[in-house]
Design a protein around this ligand. Structure first.
Ligand SMILES: Nc1nc2c(ncn2[C@@H]2O[C@H](COP(=O)(O)OP(=O)(O)OP(=O)(O)O)[C@@H](O)[C@H]2O)c(=O)[nH]1
Ligand SMILES: [Mg+2]
Length: 233
């Protein structure tokens, strides 16, 4: 019995890995830069996209996939911001899978005709599960907010270790909450000294420019068929 269980699990993991590989190959062919945005519930992922999309869609053909456990609320919020967005409802699962991303990609292509230059995927609000899944992305970006306290990198290191960049959001509230920035970034440095760092407020747009420019450099690099290297980060 135990052997059968292990075999089924191995097959599922293999199929998942293969689908992620197929997605990555398709994104390479179309020159689509894919960003997997991961953070706990309420850290401001959708709010950041609401602020970012008007700036990004001026420069790039952009589309968004939004993962949620139960609702289409986030895609509704993003409507009218210049990017086609499609909601993926996981029906309870705590992360997006490559097969669900494949469904979203097919739906996007039906609507906009081809893959965009930039695809942003807002993963399900969770600091643990999405970190373990390859969904064909170029980069994972870890996001947390000052309202969640400064221990998030320390307590959820896997996500921070795997991310090319770390966003600390809701900086407009940092002073009020006496948020310990030094503590937060010290642990990010310890876990992943390579990660790029953004402090911003999706509400006031403070710090947004550096984030937009970083994405833009990478979209341009991928569009040109170049490798995403440290130089572009
Ligand atoms: N003050 C302040 N509030 C913010 C900021 N960013 C987001 N919020 C608020 O925080 C709440 C949660 O933001 P969302 O964008 O829905 O968070 P999310 O990460 O997409 O949440 P899930 O999709 O549920 O995982 C909303 O009320 C936002 O308006 C910010 O920079 N400053
Ligand atoms: Mg959201």
């Amino acid at each position: 019995m135990a052997v059968t269980t292990v075999k089924v699990l191995t097959d599922v993991l293999k199929a998942t890995k293969e689908e992620a590989g197929r997605l990555r190959a398709d994104f390479a062919k179309s020159g689509t830069f894919v960003l997997d945005l991961i953070g706990g519930p309420g850290c401001g992922k959708t709010r950041l996209l609401e602020a970012s999309l008007p700036l990004l869609t001026r420069r790039f053909r952009t589309a968004v996939l939004v993962g949620d456990v139960a609702t289409a609320r986030d895609a509704e919020r993003l409507a009218g911001r210049g990017a086609e967005s499609y909601q993926l409802v996981t029906e309870g699962a705590c992360h997006l899978s490559p097969s669900l991303v494949r469904v979203g990609v097919s739906e996007l292509v039906k609507t906009i005709g081809s893959l965009p230059e930039l695809l942003i995927i807002e993963n399900v609000g969770n600091l643990v599960c999405p970190a373990s899944f390859d969904i064909g992305e170029d980069v994972k970006v870890a996001m947390s907010a000052v309202t969640e306290g400064p221990e998030k990198p320390e307590k959820y290191p896997a996500l921070f270790r795997k991310s090319a960049a770390v966003i600390l959001n809701k900086m407009d509230l940092a002073e009020l909450l006496e948020f310990d920035r030094e503590y937060y970034w010290r642990h990010v440095q310890r876990i992943n000294g390579e990660a790029l760092r953004f402090e911003l407020s999706a509400k006031t747009a403070a710090g947004l420019d550096a984030w937009i420019e970083w994405i833009a450099r990478q979209v341009e690099a991928k569009r040109g068929g170049g490798e995403i290297t440290d130089e572009h980060r």
